[in-house]
Design a protein around this ligand. Sequence first.
Ligand code: 5AD
Ligand code: SF4
Length: 473
Amino acid sequence: MEELLKLKEHDEARQGEAYAPFAMDPNHYKKHFYIESYGCQMNFSDSEIVASILNQHGFGATRNVEEADLVLLNTCSIREKAEQTVRRRLGDFQQVKQSKPGLLIGVLGCMAERLKSKFLEEEKLVDMVVGPDAYRSLPALIEEAETGQKAVNVLLSRDETYADISPVRLDSNGVSAFVSIMRGCNNMCAFCVVPFTRGRERSRDALSIVAECQNLFERGFKEVTLLGQNVDSYYYVSDSNEVVNFAQLLERVALISPELRIRFSTSHPKDITDDVLHTMAKYENICKYIHLPVQSGSTRILQLMNRTYTREWYMAKVDRIREIMPDCGISSDIIAGFCTETEEDHQDTLSIMDHSKYDMSYMFFYSERPGTLAQRRYKDDIPDEVKKRRLQEIVDKQGKLSFASNKQDLGKTFKVLIEGNSKKSDKDWMGRNSQNKVIVFSKDETNLKKGDYAFVTVTDCTQATLIGKLISQ
Ligand code: 5AD
Ligand code: SF4
């Protein structure tokens, strides 16, 4: 299965990445924390909030576990495999703790919320269990744990958005940053544990979002990704009763500067409006890329999943996007082998992929999660071999679609934001076009640098990457 999923360029590729923190001289602090993040972008963004809270309370970040007084794992529960990875990692820390008895180990995020104090029984070395809405209490919980007691706070909130906390950009390339615009989810997709681990949906104060983006731009950042489980239902009502919806928020951020690119994730097909699409079309700096998870191409399965749209409705939404923005990139999340899925349902998924012509997809086989609607109502009745075979067919289909989409770009010229050296060679730059496609091109004799825009003509491609030639700066 590992192999199967290599194709997808998913957040999970970053799983377990330790942050390279050092916003401030690490020697400035007497105590240090080490943090690893797993799962979605929201978790990586939350770790930056945690870092800020800990910095305020005298903890500097370190990349070296040996140097840490506190080890934190920001965890994910979305699939069973994600939880297994965290448990294995905790096993690694067992040894570190043996050689350093005062070391505190904390579990943050969705697994902490799902398992609550049960975590302390299951994993004896854990000292703290802290849910996603309880990070402000971390300093108090650390104090409690330092006295030898186990510390737990998994209270979910209806209004916590950490709006006033200025995240410490930990693993930053200095070019692009995540900005959280809302928390939680009200959607109750039958397979998903997120509504239980992240609570009710709430939108962050629009002024604080714009101020954070403005500040990032002033510090040299060139791209912000507005994050939420369901960004299209962003809806903020200020104290003076002024309403800001997602289209309006997008516009406000776009107006900061034409030099600042805006991305967002994730969109729910049922909520993305024409208003949002027209706002995207209106501003060159709002990237022409939408992550629009379909999950399944079968209306019957979509209904069981509680996605609240049909196959036809989804296809019409894709058509509408292409009508308003013919050059818009579209990607998806797809689940193979949901409860009762027949071969016909699976064929519907393959054919909706053809219709949508996704540039990229994150593809999973269904993993039953405790407490979800699906776990309570349906039987996880598709055998593993069938799930894996169907997933492989979906992966193969996506490979062909990605390659076809990349081949369509041959000869085209794109404005590319340079993110850094290409992975393979420091003689090449790596950047992205508006459609979120990775483009690699030779540095040549130019004096371009990370964070600059360049115009690049596509001369070749693979399934995953465009290869280009610089035409001008
Ligand atoms: N099993 C498999 N995939 C899941 N996802 C969410 N829950 C599950 C599950 N139980 C996938 C969905 C979602 C993405 C973030 O993870 O495709 O969009
Ligand atoms: Fe989960 Fe659905 Fe909410 Fe996404 S929209 S977080 S899949 S419940």
